[in-house]
Ligand binder design. Sequence first.
Ligand code: MTE
Length: 323
Amino acid sequence: MNNPIPQDIPASQITPEAVYRARRQLIGFGLATPLLALAGCAGAEETPPPAAAAAKPSDSKDGFRTADEPTRFEDASQYNNFYEFGTGKDDPARNAHTLRTSPWSVVVGGEAEVTGTFALDDFLKPHAAQDRIYRLRCVEGWSMVIPWQGVSLGDVLRRFKPTSRAKYVAFTTLADRGQMPGIRFPALDWPYREGLRMDEAMNPLTLLATGMYGKPLPNQNGAPLRLVVPWKYGFKSIKSIVRIDFTEQMPVTSWNQSQPEEYGFYSNVNPDVDHPRWSQRTERRIAGTASKLFAERIATLPFNGYAAQVASLYKGMDLRRWF
Ligand code: MTE
């Protein structure tokens, strides 16, 4: 498989103990591929060779479309992270058929004038889905280029009239043991949770995706509703959202809670700030027809190439401290 973790290092030394134990259990239940083939957000890729310079001359000015070569649908829908369905890259595609995506509702709570439970169609109304083509950079060191359909998160959130106390937005994924076999194992403290600062949530780039490649989202990609925040590491793009809360305090997020020294709240893509256990300077771009194993390694760009659109959000912040 693709995880090049050296064979002489015990997985227990490079993987947080809870994740390691959960993986052992998953393997026992046939829900995961063998241990050394596993790499979630907790695993890394090999030390990269020098990267080719990444030129991005033809991205649209608003960042809504990159001209980078797209990833094939087969790769984007069969090489996934969705721990609720197992920690192996091919587990979500194999197991997520048990997720029931209709009917679906979203609870909106916290610091807003309009709160309650909304059927998905009402929650998204009246916004028509737009097309975006975004790079998605996983913290593990691979990246994809995916055509999404969805609505700007900010457009949706404004309708709930957040109050002046709303400084952050917290997101929660469904956690149903009956539908999600991975929930039985403590890979993370379920439900999966993520969060954004209010201005990040309102930025026009932040997308609530309902489809990709012109089709409804496959379950393994986070159907029926997921976040896509293209300038942040992929784990911020929370899947199968059932709850959104406006909060005054910075919300708890799953990876930060699990390994705070490795995964910060902000998690902006930043080639200058290494993950404590690996470099973030380059990425393996899974795109086009080349096999994933021979995917081109390219230089990772600050804010994943979206600095023109979002760098101003972090003016004056020390990005090493606020990683
Ligand atoms: N959302 C939930 N609920 N559970 C997860 O395990 N994994 C995250 C993110 N969203 C994850 C999640 C990670 S680590 C990544 S890289 C992206 O989803 C992967 O999205 P993709 O499988 O569509 O490429």
